[in-house]
Every structure is written in structure tokens, then in C-alpha cells.
Design a protein around this ligand. Structure first.
Ligand code: KIV
Ligand code: NA
Length: 267
């Protein structure tokens, strides 16, 4: 199968559901790509699930580029999207273009940023520079402090209208797809029906054009998975058991075995 590009993703709307997952390094990128995902997101969630931060706010460009370069060296077939971290695109359009450009130079196929209507001009400028953009509306974890935490979105009528406006602004600005996070499923459905670009949902119901999950949540490696994630395997248990066996074999002298070492003949 050939490399996925943004046109491939746009054409999937209404035809085939889009499967997106995060990955943060070479090994996980190889694994998820061989499992057949359409999009790999190098998400700023890396700060929480791999670096132990309690929010995504401390994540910076240096951290993102290090993880992104590890992922792109796996040369995935999937589209690779680099997540714009907090303070990499908000202060000015010029900073946004420069930072998104660094993502592209590191091998990203597109970037994602949190926001809709307020970032319409920023998205336009990125697209003008040749950088494909994925929007992110509904719950925006980088701005969770404004609403008192990781709250459900699309609850009040005002919020529902705003989410629809955000989606339309992103479409107008030339975004190729939109992530909708933790939003009432009927609102996500309406957005999906009203825009021509694919919607990719997390915690926003089944009526989107695709779904996204965080690698560590899906595999049972997260300490605090969100209520809307699904765990498909318990790697925590598998890994802990394997390492426990190793520790025990070292302690009891059962490892290494003869085939794991050599005795060089003296001459
Ligand atoms: O950083 C991330 O993993 C994300 C997804 C949850 C969409 O932004
Ligand atoms: Na993110």
C-alpha cells in the first residue's frame, strides 16, 4: 500500500472510517504502522503519558521535534501529524509558521493545533506556507484551565453553536481535517454533516469520520486513562510480569544460561 497523504484522508470521508493513534517513537511508530492505522499523531499527550507531566502545558518544541524525528525515521505508510505544543503558535502567526515549518523539516506530513475560529488566520497562514493543518475543537487540553479542567464540551446551546462555528472556520481556513474532543456526540454528528472535511473523534461518539486514541491508553500503559478511552490490551501486566521473571532469574542465578555467554579458549 502506498503512503497516505492528506488528499487520501479527505477522500475517506463518507467512504471509510479513519483510524488514528498516537505514537511517540521509532518502535511504537513501526508497531502501529504495521497494524494498519491511517494516521499517526505525535501528540503533545507525550508530556503526560511518557514524561509524567500533569498537563500538556510544559511540552515544548524541542520535546516534540525529538519525538517526531524518532517517529519519522520509522518511515510509516501512515500520515504523520505533528502536534503543535502550547506556546508554539499562539503568540503570533509568524511564530506559528516557523514552528510548524520545523515540524515539516523534521518529516511531519501535517501539523495539528488546538483551536477553531480564534486561529482561522493562523491556519490560513500555515496552509499558505504549504503546511497541511488538522484542527482540534471541543475540549482543548492546552486551554483546560480556562474552563476549570478537562470538562465535557457541547453542553450549553452557546457552546454547541461555538463548536459548529469553530469547525466551519477551520474548513474555511483550509484545514484538511478536524479532531473533536470530549464533545456531546450529537454535536460532533452535526459538525460531521456540515463540513466537507473529515472529523476525527475522541470521546465524541460514533458519528465522526474517524476515531483517535492515545497509544498508552489503548494498550493499558496509562495511569489515568480518560473515561472515553478503550483498553485493548494490558501491556502493564505483560511488561511487569516479564521484568519480574528477569529479576527473579538474576536473583536465583537462572539467568544467564549457557547460551547467553562464552568462554574464550586460551592459547
Ligand atoms: O496529544 C494528543 O494525543 C491529542 C489527541 C488526544 C487528539 O491531541
Ligand atoms: Na494534543
Amino acid at each position: 500500500k502506498s503512503k497516505v497523504n492528506v488528499k487520501t484522508i479527505v477522500k475517506m470521508k463518507g467512504r471509510e472510517k479513519i483510524a488514528m493513534i498516537t505514537a511517540y517513537d521509532y518502535v511504537s511508530a513501526k508497531l502501529v504502522d504495521s497494524a494498519g492505522v491511517d494516521i499517526i499523531l505525535v501528540g503533545d499527550s507525550v508530556g503526560m503519558v511518557a514524561h509524567g507531566f500533569t498537563s500538556t502545558l510544559p511540552v515544548d518544541m524541542a520535546m516534540m521535534l525529538l519525538h517526531l524525528s524518532s517517529v519519522t525515521r520509522a518511515q510509516p505508510r501512515a500520515l504523520v501529524v505533528g502536534d503543535m505544543p502550547f506556546l508554539s503558535y499562539e503568540a503570533s502567526i509568524e511564530e506559528a509558521v516557523r514552528n510548524a515549518g520545523l515540524m515539516m523539516k523534521t518529516g511531519a506530513d501535517a501539523v495539528k493545533l488546538e483551536g477553531g475560529l480564534e486561529y482561522e488566520e493562523t491556519v490560513k497562514a500555515l496552509v499558505k506556507a504549504g503546511i497541511p493543518v488538522m484542527g482540534h475543537i471541543g475540549l482543548n487540553p492546552q486551554r483546560a484551565l480556562l474552563i476549570g479542567g478537562y470538562k465535557k464540551r457541547g453542553v450549553s446551546e452557546k457552546e454547541r453553536e461555538k463548536i459548529l462555528e469553530d469547525a466551519k472556520a477551520l474548513e474555511r481556513a483550509g484545514a484538511f481535517s478536524i479532531v473533536i474532543e470530549y464533545t456531546s456526540a450529537d454535536v460532533a454528528k452535526e459538525v460531521t454533516e456540515q463540513v466537507s472535511i473529515p472529523t476525527i473523534c475522541i470521546g465524541s461518539g460514533p458519528w465522526c469520520d474517524g476515531q483517535v486514541l492515545v497509544f498508552h491508553d489503548l494498550l493499558g500503559l496509562s495511569e489515568n486513562p480518560p473515561p472515553f478511552s478503550k483498553q485493548y490490551a494490558n501491556l502493564k501486566e505483560i511488561i511487569t510480569n516479564a521484568v519480574r521473571s528477569y529479576v527473579e532469574e538474576v536473583k536465583t542465578g537462572r539467568f544467564p544460561e549457557e547460551r547467553h555467554y562464552f568462554i574464550e579458549k586460551k592459547d
